[in-house]
Design a protein around this ligand. Sequence first.
Ligand code: GLN
Length: 466
Amino acid sequence: MNFSLMSIDEILRMEENGEVSPRQVWDHFSERRRRWEPEINAFITTVEDLEGNGLAVGVKDNIAVKGLPTTCGSRMLRNYESPYSATAWERLRARGFSLAGKTNLDEFAMGSSTETSFLGPTRNPWDPERTPGGSSGGSAAAVAAGMVKFALGSDTGGSVRQPASFCGVVGFKPTYGRISRFGLVAFASSLDQIGILSTSVRDAAYVFSVVGGDDPRDSTTSRRPVPDFQEIFSSPLDSFTFVYPDEEVLGRAEDEVRREFMEFVKMAEALGGRGKEVSMPLLNYAMEAYYIVANAEASSNLARYDGVRYGLRQEAEDLLQMYMKTRTAGFGDEVKRRILTGGFVLSRGYYEDYYGRAVSYRKQLSAFMEDVFSRADFLLLPTTPHVAFKIGERQDPIEMYMEDFFTVFVNLAGLPAISIPWSLLDGLPIGFQIVSRWYNEIGMLRLAEKMERSIDFKNKLILKEV
Ligand code: GLN
């Protein structure tokens, strides 16, 4: 039986009825890992103990699992072992899910290609010459190749949705505060959010109902109850309204992606949506604001890796030399770049010009989004400007940052969003985004599932038994 093609709830029902055993389910995914992992490098650590229901899960290696290394893809933490588990993983474990491994990522989740991990790049299973996107590239590749049933990732500026688009899978990021960040290694705390990568919207909804909700160990989690899985799909979405950006914003995507996106819009209309093009000039500054806010917060969050508290330590004559040697040896170039620019935008004399303006932009953006969602239920837009690029192709950091144009504004405003696979362009997947108002994950998942049913996207990688 090909368990990659069945939904989580369907497999669990079959297990309950005794039609399949957890071992059979587990072996299916293990076999696929043996087949794919040597070529793809999706995992940093793999584990092979079946504990519960046989459904194999990938957890991004910046999310803590007790007793296992949490490396964040960094030399700094290469020998660090977590003394506790993240709430999101703890809730999955409590429900019988088994860990297949910790997945590869850009160092400290900073990047869009999974190339900066100290363990080397993850490859895109659709074309191993290309990146799977990032920073949750290991999670996306593992799901796309059927090595796990689903995976947890983190999305600070698009790191769940962008790799989902590049790998032809679903990438779901809830409203800020909906999934506990306890045990997620901090990158930019006001933007960080755990997200889910899966092969269907239905599975994303299932996992969300398990991992989401209030957590006393993360004071930023929302008290609002997370919808029950049955409730999400209990009633259909009949009519709805949506907006999509005009040429000024859409022009950031390649022509072919734009043309395909307009087909996506047409499909939404055919499914009962009333769509309207809207001018969104504010989005043009989201990338700049994001890299100011994210780097400022990162420079503060990463101060803890000083050779004293966690991970690597390089011995030296005195304390200052020890800090310097440790941080020089422990961090890669991109992480250093972010700490330096983050420190700069927060420094006296520049604070108002950079950080202060980014923060006031963020307020404007949220007000604008509030206005958008007072007129329409959803915002549709591309997830990525193009299909997956080649490994090594993006050398210029600014070019790499531009990859996030369509995703970062969502995090700045704390909105929920989902990327679903749409089609193949020259054999490579491309996904599109549905963004919704705060806390309307139910509506967003209903629309995504409705669209998914009408979209003729086949993941040929998981269609084969192994
Ligand atoms: N690519 C973005 C960055 O480099 C987003 C990363 C993320 O969401 N973790 O910051």
